[in-house]
Design a binder for this molecule. Structure first.
Ligand code: RAM
Length: 337
């Protein structure tokens, strides 16, 4: 009897050694985030925050981004994530509408889909994680350009891709703000698209300077664009002649804030945006929230949040107000993100 017991025990131990761990431990639920494209330090920080938030809750995070910021490339990644049977997809959309069919397909398979940073159509998302109030971003950037231009003159916008819904919403609000009488002497001459690619953003900045020799301010509502413009203006010695503002990553912009090319700019903490997204994802999967107005949940170290109505008719979770960076504080922030 004792011998049989020993043999059975030995067989079980041997099996345990050769079997994959997943047979014994329940497999962890997978939460995926899909950013716009690779090579963007802002996107890396956002994904890092998402990963931290998912892993501290005991789940697995999948971080994906295509090489180029197109909807087609994101569609391929989403198809792969559907096949991997992830629990949730957090999409940073390269297009507001083009991703709708594939995201609906994911939803039909039981995957919780929501957007973050750059929204998709409410038809294909349960909610959206918004980094800051879109209208306030538009108003703040126009006020900054007005002050930098001394109240009059030509301004231009250097954006990301022409399909990026976050930049497009901010640009729409900038145009609305510009239509107010106090801004009548400020003229928006062009919206250029650097596609969140460094080289294209550099050549688009150079194009703006060539086409508009009297340009006073460039507003770049993209961290890739503003850093590229900062370099061009610095290299061409245009400090004080053409001013720069927008949304920038302190680590990439410290040099241009310190040398005066960009007097000040704004942003939020991209790590926190991703981290908030992680908690939206798990709250949707556990059924704590469904994404409707009034839903409440707690987001770890960030505290409690409530879902509100978004300007596009869907719902959103707002991280908080944007932060202003200038010479007085850029040194404290450049090492953080
Ligand atoms: C770029 C991306 C991102 C945007 C920031 C401000 O890194 O376009 O989506 O939120 O800029």
């Amino acid at each position: 009897m004792k011998k049989t017991f020993t043999v059975v025990a030995l067989v079980l131990i041997a099996l345990a050694l050769v079997m994959p761990a997943s047979v014994f431990a329940a497999e962890k639920a997978k939460y995926a985030i899909v950013f716009k494209n690779t090579g963007n330090p802002y996107g890396e920080k956002q994904m890092e925050g998402f990963k931290n938030g998912i892993e501290e809750q005991g789940f697995e995070a999948i971080l994906r981004a295509p090489d180029l910021p197109t909807a087609e490339a994101q569609i391929q990644i989403i198809e792969q994530l559907i096949a991997q049977k992830v629990a949730a997809i957090c999409i940073v959309g390269n297009d507001y509408d083009a991703l709708v069919p594939v995201l609906k397909k994911a939803t039909a398979q039981g995957i919780k889909v929501f957007s973050l940073d750059s929204s998709v159509n409410p038809q294909a998302r349960l909610t959206h994680v918004n980094q800051a109030d879109s209208e306030k971003i538009g108003q703040t950037l126009i006020k900054a350009a007005y002050d930098m231009a001394g109240g009059k003159g030509e301004i231009a916008i250097l954006s990301a891709t022409s399909q990026a819904s976050n930049q497009n919403i901010w640009i729409d609000f900038m145009k609305k703000e510009l239509a107010k009488p106090e801004y009548k002497n400020l003229k928006l001459v062009k919206v250029a698209y650097g596609d969140d690619l460094r080289d294209k953003s550099v050549s688009e900045t150079e194009g703006l300077l060539r086409s508009y020799p009297n340009l006073k301010v460039i507003i770049a509502p993209t961290t890739v664009g503003i850093a590229a413009a900062g370099k061009v203006l610095t290299d061409k010695g245009l400090k004080g002649k053409v001013m720069l503002t927008g949304l920038g990553l302190p680590s990439e912009m410290a040099e241009y804030i310190e040398n005066g090319v960009c007097p000040y700019m704004f942003l939020w903490n991209p790590i926190d945006v991703g981290y908030l997204g992680a908690y939206v994802g798990t709250a949707l999967v556990s059924g704590k929230i469904t994404g409707k107005v009034g839903d409440k949940f707690s987001a770890g170290r960030l505290g409690n949040y409530t879902i509100t109505k978004a300007p596009d008719g869907g719902t959103e979770v707002l991280l908080g107000p944007p932060f202003k960076f200038d010479k007085s504080n850029i040194n404290d922030w450049k090492k953080v993100y």
